[in-house]
Write a protein that binds this ligand. Structure first.
Ligand SMILES: Nc1nc2c(ncn2[C@@H]2O[C@H](COP(=O)(O)OP(=O)(O)OP(=O)(O)O)[C@@H](O)[C@H]2O)c(=O)[nH]1
Ligand SMILES: [Mg+2]
Length: 372
């Protein structure tokens, strides 16, 4: 987006959020992959933009040429795939309620199912206590009503994690992306860059993963193909690459600068120090930057995800999370654990490798997929 007079400030909204219905909104949101924000009044909701098939297949992001998909169709396909991804937990939970009597056995089985979903002790106890209270207060007598009450409790618990990623607050908005090895950082950056471009956001990427030459190449090839500038250095210091990218982003009046980083475990203290240094040096390049510190988590990591959130948050003061790979064997309960113990907003969840497989997190959709 240029520095024209009518600069909008998008955020990444929920998949079903309506935009630009005639009223100028103050902070428009950057919607899910397939939504078009008109620059004011007109909004096309029906058509998923066709993405060109890539000339080169890369290992970390795949795009396929697709026929246009109706919004409703897209939504139901997203829900179906989210449900499929979380089916392990959802079938455990749903089975409990079929023809069940509301007795201690039910609570015990529910406790076991929640613990198995990676929700952790604290969230599990919180949900059980809330459910017992609700059953009593509302005099719930049948299993379906109890399941409905659990849905409400879970949605309330997860809703504080729901927060759109707001764009346009800074020029450029500087985002630093961190996470353990293979969590999906680079893939997520690629998907986000494509989302943002659709909303006239100019994006610059910094190949801050200087650890592996292949990682740099990966980002550069992708950048070339998608017309996104990538700042990279042959060798060296990721903090210097990040600094250069911020300088360049300012000079070129880019809307967004995203800094990729090499994967690392929170127990690798020297590597955590390196992340802090990258953050500090970005701040030297631009006051107040990085504005977003996003941790990418593999949804299959179970309870360890919580340890990752705590460690990265302590080191970097996270502003948001992206939870990927909820399409595999993920159990999903870890979001409840995060909500109870370290409620860092979940900007996006990922259920696959295509662009539209990354969508804003919505508590009600998630609970519907788990307990629908
Ligand atoms: N099934 C599935 N695979 C995903 C998802 N997101 C990323 N991946 C895959 O996970 C693998 C690792 O992704 P990367 O983006 O390279 O992960 P990274 O965090 O950048 O990895 P390092 O830079 O090596 O630490 C790739 O094969 C991705 O295609 C997702 O939501 N679902
Ligand atoms: Mg990477």
């Amino acid at each position: 987006m240029g520095s024209g007079a009518q600069r909008q400030t998008p955020v990444l909204p929920a998949a079903d959020e309506k935009m630009g219905s005639g009223v100028q909104r103050q902070t428009p949101v950057l919607p899910a992959a397939d939504e078009k924000t008109g620059s004011g009044a007109q909004r096309q909701t029906a058509v998923l933009p066709t993405l060109a098939a890539p000339a080169v297949a890369t290992e970390w992001i795949s795009e396929t040429a697709e026929r246009p998909v109706l919004e409703a169709e897209r939504k139901s396909s997203w829900m179906a795939r989210l449900k499929a991804g979380l089916s392990k937990t959802s079938s455990n939970l749903s089975l409990l309620f079929i023809g069940a009597k509301i007795d201690e056995d039910l609570y015990e089985e529910l406790e076991a199912a929640l613990l198995m979903s990676d929700a952790g002790m604290d969230a599990t106890q919180f949900l059980l206590d809330g459910l017992r209270r609700k059953v009593k207060d509302e005099r719930l007598l049948d299993a379906a009503a109890v399941k409905g009450a659990l849905k409400v409790l879970m949605t309330d618990m997860l809703r504080p994690l729901e927060k759109p990623l707001e764009l346009g607050r800074h020029e450029p908005l500087v985002m630093m992306i961190a996470g353990v090895n293979g969590a999906g950082k680079t893939t997520t950056i690629g998907k986000l860059a494509k989302h943002m471009q659709k909303y006239q956001q100019s994006v610059l990427l910094a190949a801050g993963d200087t650890f592996r030459a292949a990682a740099r190449e990966q980002l550069m090839v992708w950048g070339q193909r998608n017309n996104v500038t990538v700042i990279a250095q042959e060798s060296g210091d990721p903090a210097a690459v990040a600094f250069d990218a911020v300088q360049s982003g300012k000079a070129k009046k880019m809307d967004v600068v995203m800094v990729d980083t090499a994967g690392r475990l929170p127990t690798q203290l020297h590597l955590m120090e390196e992340l802090k240094k990258i953050k500090r040096v970005i701040g030297m390049g631009m006051d107040g930057a990085p504005h977003e510190l996003v941790l990418v988590i593999d949804g299959n990591t179970g309870q360890n995800a919580l340890a990752q959130v705590k460690a990265f948050d302590d080191a970097l003061q996270l502003t948001g999370l992206v939870i990927t790979k909820l399409d595999g064997t993920a159990k999903g309960g870890v979001l409840a654990a995060i909500a109870r113990t370290r409620p860092v907003p979940v900007y996006f969840i990922g259920i696959g490798e295509k662009i539209e497989d990354l969508q804003p997190f919505k508590a009600d959709e998630f609970v519907e997929a788990l307990l629908g």
